[in-house]
Unconditional design. Sequence first.
Length: 376
Amino acid sequence: MMLEVVVDAIKNSPNQCISFYEYMELVLYHPEQGYYGSGKVNIGSQGDFFTSSSLGADFGELLAEQLIEMAEIIGFYNSFTLIEVGGGSGNLAADILTYLKHKYAELYNQVDYIIVEASPSLIEQQKNYLTAFNNVTWKTWQEIDDNSIIGCIFSNELIDAFPVHRVTVQNKVLKEVYVTWDDNGFKEVIGAISTPKLLDYFDLIDVDLTNDEYAENYQTEVNLKGLNWLETVAKKIKKGYLLTIDYGYNATKYYHPQRYQGTLNCYYQHRHHDNPYVNLGQQDMTTHVDFTALEKQGTLLGLETVGLTQQGLFLMALGLGDSLAELSNGNYTLPEILKRRDALHQLINPTGLGGFKVLIQGKRIETNRQLKGLSG
């Protein structure tokens, strides 16, 4: 049981406690019992949450339009590599590749589609789902050479699920939240920060949680793994783009003094709550993404910010409005029209998926041409 795994980790730790980062990593990514690691993750209308790609093929097809333009800018005369990080059920890959095969056969024949997926169970699901495509491979980052990728590395709702450190402010000093086991229950304890990288993080984004604006016991989280992941990705790109779609804020909004409890959320059967100590290994746990950190860290790693926009504007610029207009051409039944219209509206709803951020970063892109998706 997941509970036994976590309790054992706590009891075997030097101080009988583990950082919240270690706790979150266990309950999400433990290979046998974790929510993602074991393949228990359930995406879609009947699952714990849904993503843009689970609403139908439109999201993947519109994203493919942006990937096509990137290929044109880079040039795909020998090959063009697409790396999807965190492939979910495989439906986004299928939607993108089906669209390329039918609409852009020349590019499709040059595409090397790689999925980097941490979960063995999800890899098996993806392989079963993508049997129709012979240009898809699964690799780890270690199996991809540095400075080798010409193309685009992209992810959809990936970084929000990385384990995070939770920090708090006490007596104008940054402290960290740890998890212990006491009286047959989990208990949070406050201690010294586990790594100086937490201080470096706030220097990077130019935020000082110890100034007078922040109340005593102000609590938030830090996604150091996101920065480590960005470093790994940047090394792999020889020439091309990194496209990140996720929900989040810039640093000023993320670490606003009024957001005194952070952004941690849990999702279980389409209900969200803020208790990470229940439904162990059965629920999703996420935090918002600090896009300022991704931009600033990217600059240090040689990734230029090409643009940052909202998903709704991004998809409209790529032709979602045309998809809506096509629903009135008489080729659909009324139930089909209503279902697809609802899905398309969800993709651009500014209070939902449409409010997600789309960050595009580039490396060695020798053009001032504005990407279509950033023209909205």
